[in-house]
Design a protein around this ligand. Structure first.
Ligand code: ADP
Length: 185
């Protein structure tokens, strides 16, 4: 977990590789669908362009299907999901069905102003449709209102681990690896 721009995608790829499990990014899956103009892509394109959240029904169905794929059998890392209380409950249900509860929720602690600056720089570089200043501010405010409170749920369950997400990418990876060391096997 962590606000837009926190580096979740970058770190998720690295950590997943280290554990030999897939990194599943709902945002990346939605973007691929928009690019390919699939039915799902057409449904979510306008929502994503304004920085809003895709409705839980669509997001939950997508995650349910993805977690049923064979590569998730040894475990998986979710990036950008769950983002709402409804998604937390759905994920709990899915994992209970398969008899493997969530091991850990990892939060990257970052400075929000630095994130806005970082995303604006990425906009110039990658041209993501949701990286304009107005949309970035909207994504931040939705994160603060709808998603940041979820960390309290995972803290109550004793599953939340927080890592300083500011600094050098390699250093942050090392911090995360250290924070997850007991889950390695
Ligand atoms: P970021 O965290 O930088 O905003 P993501 O790639 O995680 O980027 O998400 C991009 C967009 O995809 C979100 O703004 C939202 O519209 C949609 N999205 C991704 N994951 C979810 C989710 N779990 N629930 C609802 N919408 C989502």
């Amino acid at each position: 977990m962590g606000p837009p721009g926190a580096g979740k995608g970058t770190q998720a790829e690295r950590i997943a590789e280290r554990f030999g499990i897939p990194a599943i990014s709902t945002g990346a899956i939605f973007r691929a669908n928009v690019k390919g103009q699939t039915e799902l892509g057409k449904q979510v394109e306008a929502i994503m362009a304004t920085g809003g959240y895709v409705p839980d029904e669509l997001t939950n169905a997508l995650v349910r299907d993805r977690l049923a794929e064979a590569d998730c059998a040894p475990g998986f890392l979710l990036d950008g999901y769950p983002r709402t209380v409804g998604q937390v409950h759905t994920l709990d249900g899915l994992l209970a069905e398969s008899g493997r509860p969530l091991e850990c929720a990892l939060e990257l602690i970052v400075d929000e102003d630095a994130m806005v600056a970082r995303l604006l720089a990425r906009a110039a570089d990658q041209g993501r449709a949701d990286d304009t200043e107005e949309v970035i501010r909207e994504r931040m405010s939705i994160y603060r209102a709808a998603t940041a409170p979820l960390t309290a749920i995972y803290a109550d369950q004793g599953k939340l681990r927080q890592v300083d997400g500011m600094g050098d990418i390699d250093e942050i990876t090392a911090r995360i690896v250290a924070a997850l060391a007991d889950l390695a096997d």
